[in-house]
Design a protein around this ligand. Structure first.
Ligand SMILES: CC(C)(COP(=O)(O)OP(=O)(O)OC[C@H]1O[C@@H](n2cnc3c(N)ncnc32)[C@H](O)[C@@H]1OP(=O)(O)O)[C@@H](O)C(=O)NCCC(=O)NCCS
Length: 177
């Protein structure tokens, strides 16, 4: 649906689930992604969740599969839409570690921001990221996000406390020079 040079953002399909399941059970991916502490997930449960949502019909909201080289490499989404303030949150996880640090995430974020600002008329997109996740912070900064706040020692991750950074980008600041 949203095409870049390296990645395409499209709907998640049922045949993507075995790869997504592998990503969801990869400790390094889960720790980098932040949010809930890592927990095992069975393929059956993931499929059941998918089937339940699919049975509801309608659209997939702003949830996207990230495809590169003809295969699923991760997922990304916009969520918590505030239509009054025209703001939403962004989340991304490239689950295939072979694709880390090669510009794929940056391009996916770029496509998502274009979607948010141009197609969804958002004014502001924000995200939360752990302070130790320098790869993510570099990628977000390259996409125009600036650090707006730092909650010190706010999260527990991989045996230590970490800061939680709030980053945001306004439509007027995008695309970055
Ligand atoms: C975060 C993520 C989306 C970034 O995408 P990516 O394709 O890996 O990142 P990019 O290649 O576009 O950019 C990475 C930047 O960090 C730098 N970098 C790469 N590895 C790094 C590391 N270990 N430490 C510090 N910087 C690093 C790269 O040099 C690049 O910066 P530069 O262009 O200024 O040189 C992706 O790595 C990912 O999904 N990781 C796992 C889950 C996660 O962290 N999600 C984000 C939760 S907020």
């Amino acid at each position: 649906m949203l095409k870049g040079e390296k990645v395409t953002l499209r709907a998640l399909e049922r045949e993507d689930l075995p790869r997504l399941w592998a990503f969801n059970n990869d400790l390094a991916v889960e720790l980098a992604g932040g949010g809930d502490p890592p927990m095992p997930q069975s393929l059956a449960r993931l499929q059941a969740e998918f089937d339940k949502k699919a049975a509801e019909g309608g659209r997939d909201g702003a949830d996207f599969a990230i495809e590169a080289d003809g295969t699923l490499i991760g997922i990304c989404a916009l969520f918590s839409f505030d239509t009054l303030a025209q703001a939403c949150e962004l989340g991304i996880a490239i689950g295939d570690q072979a694709y880390w640090g090669r510009g794929y995430g940056r391009e996916a974020v770029h496509l998502l921001l274009d979607y948010a600002f141009r197609l969804r008329n958002m004014r502001r997109v924000y995200l939360r990221v752990h302070g130790r996740n320098q790869r993510a912070i570099h990628a977000y900064t390259a996409c125009g996000f600036v650090t707006e706040g730092r909650l010190r020692d706010h999260v527990w991750s991989d045996g230590a406390y970490d800061d939680l950074l709030l980053m945001g980008v306004l439509r007027d600041e995008w695309p970055p020079a």
